[in-house]
Design a protein around this ligand. Structure first.
Ligand SMILES: [Zn+2]
Length: 365
């Protein structure tokens, strides 16, 4: 439905996903969730990941954790765990003569006798993989036995969800159980913002009204979904130090080099002086610049300039000799196209009007 009407507002799309898709996918997860393995949860969260990926046209190879962090969306497994923990609390709250309570007690007895296939044993194992037990499930900071605590079920569930998201953020980003991959480490060092109490902060470009092209320009840089040498060189097995910028030949073409240092874009940088008023770096400061629309326009300009140089290479270098050139992946997919002139900030509008007259087929994106 969203694609038919070209609806792209990120927060509303996530809300629609949570209320319409996730709630349907997780129907009855309290019963079947404990038997799903890690691979199964990865498969189940693909609709969420592909929804966010389409918003910014990210590559399929980007780790799910990075894609979800772009909208501060927790894993689908955490949503499932929240329902399961809340369900366990509600079971213990029922009176001893209720069938559900009797079934719980019976399943617990089976688990104590060593039956690993019963529901209680599977839930216990599932909880343990996430660092807590059936005896002390979330919420961790509130005792539900306190006589003065009269929390509604929905409030308890909200507390449980927050605790589980905190746990997941710590295991994923703060104290990862295994060494982070290259993309994850880069994202954590330069782009990830966490609150002091350990929640992922949604990047501001997702909360800003931007055209699809501008959002893609920022999102693709953030998620390493670009064609810079630092990425294409990794794909070809070139050592990181040798992934030299093909345009200036001065240093490896990293995101920082591309945005802040490459001499080829010097003139464009001059027109976006507000972006570099405090200097050409660090990358985290430039990417979190308060005017995300200005940042997006700059990235579009730079991207377009790189495309133009590539085109000139293709015309001058004989076919077969330009294997080193980055592919026309995004151009072929229409990933980044021209922004309308009305979207340009005052710094660049005048130049843009004279040097980038839109073709008759140009459209707002
Ligand atoms: Zn360069």
């Amino acid at each position: 439905m969203c694609s038919q009407v070209q609806f792209q507002e990120p927060r509303t799309k996530l809300w629609l996903f949570d209320t319409l898709v996730a709630s349907t996918m997780l129907y009855g997860v309290q019963v079947w969730g404990p038997s799903i393995g890690q691979d199964g949860w990865k498969v189940m969260e693909r609709p969420l990941v592909s929804m966010i990926s389409r918003l910014i046209r990210a590559k399929a190879s980007v780790p799910h954790d990075i894609i979800r962090a772009e909208l501060a969306a927790p894993p689908i497994e955490i949503e499932a765990l929240t329902r399961a923990v809340s369900f366990v609390h509600s079971l213990w709250d029922t009176t001893r003569d209720r069938y559900t309570r009797l079934a719980l007690e019976s399943s617990k007895q089976l688990a104590l006798q060593g039956d690993t296939s019963c529901w209680f044993a599977q839930v216990t194992s599932w909880f343990q993989t996430h660092g807590f037990t059936m005896d002390r499930p979330p919420p961790f900071q509130y005792s539900l036995q306190t006589p003065l605590m009269y929390l509604m079920r929905v409030e308890i569930t909200r507390l449980i969800r927050q605790d589980l998201i905190q746990l997941d953020t710590r295991r994923t980003w703060i104290e990862p159980t295994q060494e982070l991959g290259t993309k994850m480490a880069f994202y954590r060092e330069h782009l990830l913002h966490l609150t002091t109490d350990g929640f992922v902060t949604r990047p501001s470009y997702m909360d800003t009204h931007l055209s699809h092209a501008l959002r893609c320009a920022i999102g693709q840089l953030r998620t390493s979904s670009h064609q810079l040498e630092i990425e294409t060189g990794r794909f070809r097995g070139v050592p990181a130090d040798s992934r030299i910028c093909r345009l200036c030949h001065l240093e490896p073409e990293t995101e920082l080099h591309y945005i802040c240092h490459c001499t080829v874009y010097y003139e464009i940088r001059g027109r976006f002086h507000c972006l570099f008023r405090e200097g050409f770096g660090p990358l985290s400061r430039v990417m979190s610049f308060e005017d995300q629309r200005c940042l997006g326009l700059y990235l579009l300009e730079v991207h377009r300039h790189r495309d133009t140089i590539e085109e000139s290479w293709r015309e001058t270098v004989p076919e077969g000799d330009y294997g080193f050139l980055y592919t026309r992946h995004w151009a072929a997919r229409g990933g980044v196209s021209r922004a309308s002139s009305t979207e340009l900030c005052p710094h660049s509008y005048s130049h843009y009007r004279h040097s980038h007259r839109p073709s008759s087929g140009a459209r707002e994106i």
